[in-house]
Design a protein around this ligand. Structure first.
Ligand code: AMP
Ligand code: MG
Length: 416
């Protein structure tokens, strides 16, 4: 009699990797892309600087006035009735000459201080009279003077290689004479979503959606997140849940791209074809990362292209992008600041159930400066990421009670 075979044992699950370890391993693959490109400073916002910017001059180049008023020699003031004649006029853009004894110079904001003057009195504090001016209060030596080099000293590195350029840093680069900047090349990313249930908004009206169909939301935020990081995105759309189709898409994407980014299909279900497809074409490291949301995550290499597979659940996809893909892309550009700092804030909520994974809770800052929790923390509820101002980074095994200090990572630091 044939015996009833016992069910095959479930395959051993790989141990979950701590996030910090996964990130370190991931970053070890991210060799900075070359060559740098030269851009007009006007066009360099958000790009990563590929050179140290050394200043050839002091900024300001001369001691100058920070007010419209009068440049004076403090010792000339003998009291509120001292009459001081105006011996010269120095508008911004011109330079004066040595201040004649017992006189003042009419001076305007930004104009260089005339030699011999040691303070500026703002015009509001001067009385203009026949033959000169009178100053009611004793001028303080050095007042209203911006010192030569107080912003930038000649010979100093003003912006370091690896700086992500902001509007203010473009202004600073311009202030030392740089009209062009060497920046890291744009990361060329091929993006696609997997899932036969996915429908593009616009293709099918909400009323006509078939049971089981959902709109593709990941494609929208992933594309936007990539673009904010300065990537050039090739959007390959939706790839059906078939091995051949997945292999074809990956093969095509591995040409001319630095990174292939996918969402969905990285779990271990039999409709998850990403894993065998990447293995057929290159190498794959599949990681279960000990975070919630966002456990499944894959990294691999297909030819010269990096491959990253994100989970399909929208919040998991969003959070793993911010925590892992963002620093990876920044490192490809040689950025020297990858991970955002978290700040300590108090919780205005209870989180009584500890999880064995490190959690990233969607929270909002309230008017009391404390954090409120979005009620539904499910990895499918994208509303939480819109409602929230950021994430609470909650260590594994930790509960939270009202008033506890928690670590908060603002979205503002992750979405630029
Ligand atoms: P998967 O990782 O492919 O098993 O997908 C996990 C869950 O995320 C499923 O409920 C999918 O329907 C959903 N999902 C996958 N991709 C997307 C997407 N691009 N947009 C919205 N939901 C998605
Ligand atoms: Mg799927």
């Amino acid at each position: 009699m044939p015996s009833v075979s016992s069910p095959a044992p479930a395959p051993a699950r790989p141990p979950m990797k701590p996030l910090d370890l996964a990130l370190a391993e991931l970053l070890a693959f991210a060799t900075t892309l070359a060559p740098a490109e030269s851009l007009s400073t006007f066009d360099a916002d958000g790009r990563v600087l590929a050179q140290d910017l050394l200043s050839a001059l002091d900024v300001p180049a001369h001691d100058n006035s920070s007010m419209d008023g009068y440049a004076v020699r403090c010792a000339d003031w003998q009291g509120a009735d001292t009459l001081l004649p105006v011996s010269q006029r120095i508008p911004a853009g011109s330079s004066g000459h040595a201040l004649a004894g017992a006189s003042v110079a009419r001076i305007f904001t930004g104009a260089p201080m005339p030699p011999g003057a040691d303070a500026v009195v703002m015009q509001e504090d001067c009385e203009v009279v026949e033959g000169g001016i009178r100053i009611a209060a004793q001028p303080r030596c050095g007042q209203w003077i911006r010192r030569r080099g107080e912003d930038v000293a000649a010979g100093s590195v003003v912006l370091q290689r690896g700086t992500r350029l902001s509007p203010a840093s473009l202004g600073l680069a311009a202030s030392i004479g740089f009209d062009r900047l060497q920046v890291a090349p744009r990361v060329r990313v091929a993006l696609f979503s997997t899932g036969d249930e996915l429908v593009m908004p616009g293709d099918v009206a909400p009323a006509d959606m078939k049971p089981g169909a959902i709109y593709n939301s990941n494609r929208f935020f992933l594309k936007a997140l990539l673009q904010r990081l300065g990537c050039t995105v090739t959007d390959l759309g939706i790839v059906p849940d078939r091995l051949e189709a997945t292999i074809d898409a990956l093969k095509g994407a591995s040409q001319q791209h630095d990174l292939i980014l996918t969402s969905g299909g990285v779990s271990v279900g039999e409709e998850d074809h990403i894993k065998p497809a990447v293995q057929a074409l290159g190498t794959l490291n599949l990681w279960q990362i000990a975070i919630k949301p966002g456990k499944p995550f894959a990294y691999g290499k297909i030819g010269a292209a990096h491959f990253i597979g994100l989970p399909g659940n929208p919040v998991s996809s969003f959070v793993t992008f911010l925590l892992l893909v963002r620093p990876f892309i920044l490192q490809l550009q040689g950025a020297n600041s990858l991970a955002p700092e978290s700040i300590a804030l108090r919780a205005d909520f209870d989180w009584p159930k500890a999880d064995k994974r490190r959690e990233f809770l969607r929270v909002r800052l309230n008017v009391a400066g404390r954090l409120e929790l979005f009620a539904n923390q499910s990895s499918g509820v994208l509303t939480s990421a819109v409602w929230g101002d950021g994430l609470v980074d909650n260590p594994a095994g930790q509960t939270i009670a009202h008033g506890d200090t928690v670590r908060f990572i603002p979205f503002s630091s992750l979405l630029s």
